[in-house]
Write a protein that binds this ligand. Structure first.
Ligand code: ZN
Length: 509
């Protein structure tokens, strides 16, 4: 007997619909899986065998061939267990007919027949919907995630037994229609910009960075509030749109990081990996490539605290995703691309002891060689990609005890969202969302400078020995400063402020 069940394979974020074909014929009892199946898929045999027996059904002691078609695409993961089990039960006459023509089946089986949650459900369903599938049978734990997909009816199942009785029309199971559109905000209510006393220059720099999604580097002595400020950045970033949230959630789905209760990522990611992180964990990779930190911070913030402590090689690898907004991982069996449009925020001390040329009153105890070695861990090209470099200072005592009211994150965020709104409208149809994404061609199109601003820029270009990239980054930051003011033509004051954020001469000497 031959039976066929529909499923889906996922490699990176690429998906293919798969026919799981099962043939049972007379012969010595064997079970073979063909069709470019990975180790995990082959192990499925043992799980399926145990699950069927433990649910009280008969495992056919015959010659079983399982084909995963098309045979030219690689199949990985454990989610083929369920379609294989259904196919076996159907081919051995233990299941009634079921129409799989528009239905996808995914799920991993435990030995006792329970269904375990699988990774990558969201990207699989989104692309299967485009191929005309409108129904999915999957583990109950993946149901919240499936409900995000408008137009897909999802049947969440707890165990194999339940599904068998459903297909044999002994019980009813509810199909949930997808289409959740509102995002659950998951913000840390305990952190707010009003917690930061003084530090006006730093707060302004963060507002500009947030408004245009610019990269930011903070340099200052220990205890000058760099980490504290970075942790509060998400509270002033514009809220995610539904489409952005869907894209972020797809990456988390593949990584197995979605909360089964909530199902969707509703706030911009803030990732802060430790400096001992490996290059692969940062960029993504592994035997079955998984997204790295650069992709997990897509549409959010990648915060690297104590930048010079990171492995120099890992930092260099960051250059490509910063420029391209995506990262490609090459494997023998093909290449995988994950999106990585993140804001890079980094912090560092000015020298190993932390007090070089700071107004803290503490003498720096480092030798020039030590300082040089420390600074040189950050290469010129990486530094060139930091749009805003800001020096932080120790909090003044008067600021610390001042009772003056300080702006809350809510007030700052409303200005940031207004400025982003201007950008979204301006760049309609250009496939970009913020000033930081402007290409050289688009800078020419959208960044008009007043004549005095042009003069200032020309003088600075020579004096500061800017690179072409550096020049464009200054204009982009000035664009954001003008947008925060609601002004279309970039003026001298906007350029002047942007230049000030570029003053890294102390580091580049
Ligand atoms: Zn020092």
């Amino acid at each position: 007997m031959l039976s066929k069940v529909k499923s889906c394979s996922i490699n990176g974020l690429n998906t293919t619909d798969i026919d799981v074909e099962i043939d049972i014929s007379n012969g010595l009892p064997t079970m073979n899986i063909v069709g470019l199946a990975d180790v995990e898929v082959k192990e499925s045999k043992e799980r399926v065998r145990a699950a069927i027996k433990n649910c009280g059904y008969e495992f056919p002691m015959k010659r079983i061939t399982i084909n995963l078609a098309p045979a030219d695409s690689k199949k990985e993961g454990t989610h083929f267990d369920l379609p294989i089990a259904l196919g076996l039960l159907s081919a051995s006459g233990q299941l009634l007919e079921y129409d799989y023509s528009n239905t996808i089946v995914i799920g991993e089986l435990s030995l006792d027949g329970r269904l375990n949650r699988v990774n990558g459900v969201l990207p699989m369903l989104l692309s299967m919907l485009q191929k005309g599938y409108t129904r999915v049978i999957l583990p109950k734990e993946n149901l919240q995630e499936a409900k995000m997909v408008q137009g897909m009816a999802s049947i969440g199942v707890e165990n194999l037994q339940e599904l068998i009785t459903f297909i044999n029309r002994e019980i009813e199971l509810v199909a949930h229609n997808g289409g959740i559109r509102e995002l659950s905000e998951d913000e840390d209510k305990d952190v707010d910009f009003s917690d930061i006393s003084g530090q006006e220059a730093l707060k302004r720099a963060m507002e500009v960075a947030a408004a245009g999604a610019h990269n930011l580097l903070m340099i200052g002595p220990p205890g000058s509030g760099k980490t504290m400020a970075a942790r509060r950045l998400p509270t002033i970033l514009p809220r995610l749109s539904f489409e952005e949230a869907l894209e972020v959630s797809k990456i988390y789905s593949v990584s197995g990081l979605l909360d089964p209760e909530k199902g969707m990522i509703g706030t911009r990611p803030f990732r802060s990996p430790h400096h001992t992180i490996s290059t692969i964990a940062l960029t993504g990779g592994g035997r079955i490539p998984k997204p790295g930190e650069v992709s997990l911070s897509h549409y959010g913030v990648l915060f690297l605290d104590e930048l010079p402590e990171f492995n120099k090689q890992a930092l260099e690898v960051l250059r490509q995703p910063i420029e391209d907004g995506c990262i490609s991982i090459s494997r023998a069996n093909g290449s995988y691309t994950f999106p990585s449009k993140f804001m890079l925020v980094a912090s560092m001390n000015p020298c190993p002891c932390g007090f070089f040329q700071t107004k803290s009153g503490i003498e720096c105890s480092c030798t020039p060689q030590q300082i040089n070695r420390y600074i040189s861990k950050i290469s010129g090209p990486l530094l060139d990609r930091m749009d805003i470099v800001i020096e932080t200072a120790k909090v003044e005592y008067s600021d610390l005890i001042s009772k003056r009211s300080i702006e809350s994150s809510k007030e700052i965020r409303s200005r940031v969202e207004t400025a982003r709104g201007i950008q979204l409208e301006r760049y309609q149809g250009q496939n970009i969302h913020s000033n930081s994404q402007l290409s050289t061609r688009l800078v020419k199109k959208y960044c008009n400078l007043e004549s005095s601003a042009k003069d200032l820029m020309a003088a600075a270009y020579d004096k500061m020995k800017l690179s072409a990239r550096g020049y464009h980054r200054i204009i982009k930051v000035a664009r954001t400063i003008a947008d925060l003011e609601g002004v279309e033509t970039i003026g001298e004051a906007h350029i002047a402020e942007a230049l000030q954020y570029r003053n890294v001469s102390k580091m580049m000497k």
